[in-house]
Design a protein around this ligand. Structure first.
Ligand SMILES: *Cc1c(COP(=O)(O)O)cnc(C)c1O
Length: 223
């Protein structure tokens, strides 16, 4: 098991360009498995349940150079815990949540790194900004000075073919370029968090800087 995780990590990593940061999505896996991924050189871990993550972080306290990424949908009542326990929040999906995080970050004296989740195609099972709404909200987001807004995140709907998935990723990059060209005073657009086990090769082709991989590293999740 441990050996196979090392092998899987090496196999994926050997194919990645240096510009791409690999986030190992460790939701549902034990802290022992996280430790073995750490031993294989992984320093970025992604979780989608706050309490599960806090429990593992406690067990892994000695690994002080891990960067923790919250990749799940964030409910506003969990916002405070999220910024207390994670360096990155990948799926900020509406202005109210961003403003709440900004307010809490000021109170706590932290500046979390944030991606804005966008939804390019209709998808009832996923949250995210629709493009017109995001463009409308940018001036207010630019005032969220306690957040370090770093870029965009997206998850294509299930059931698309490769060409359609690539199209979603390319449009996300184009949207990022467009926002970047508007020269906001605070918002930065330098990261694209996109690509999971089934489609990360397409995401990289489209310019992803952060890929979030679970299954391909740790095997199928049972839950
Ligand atoms: C679970 C999850 C992943 C990892 O998915 P795999 O298909 O197992 O690689 C990536 N991103 C998000 C937001 C997830 O919830």
């Amino acid at each position: 098991m441990i050996n196979s995780i090392h092998e899987r990590i090496d196999a994926v990593r050997s194919k990645l360009p240096d510009s791409v940061r690999l986030i190992a999505v460790s939701k549902t896996v034990t802290s022992e498995v996280i430790r073995s991924a750490y031993d294989a050189g992984i320093r970025d871990f992604g979780e989608n349940r706050i309490q599960e993550a806090i429990n593992k972080q406690t067990e892994l306290q000695d690994l002080t150079d891990i960067t923790w990424h919250f990749i799940g949908h964030l409910q506003s009542n969990k916002a405070k815990k999220a910024i207390q326990h994670f360096h990155w929040i990948h799926a900020v999906d509406n202005l109210k949540l961003a403003q709440r995080l900004n307010h809490l970050a000021a109170e706590l004296g932290v500046s979390p790194l944030v991606c804005l989740q966008v939804k390019l195609l209709a998808d009832p099972s996923k949250s995210g900004w629709h493009i017109p709404q995001l463009l409308t909200d940018l001036p207010a987001l630019d005032l969220c000075k306690n957040l370090q807004i770093q870029g965009l995140m997206t998850i294509p709907p299930l059931g698309l073919n490769d060409i359609e998935i690539l199209d979603v990723f390319n449009h996300t990059r184009e949207l990022e370029t467009k926002i970047q060209s508007q020269n906001w005073s605070h918002i930065q657009m330098k990261h694209l968090s996109m690509g999971m086990s089934r489609d990360y090769h397409l995401a990289i082709q489209a310019g992803a800087t952060m890929i979030r991989l679970g299954t391909i590293l740790f095997g199928e999740r049972s839950t």
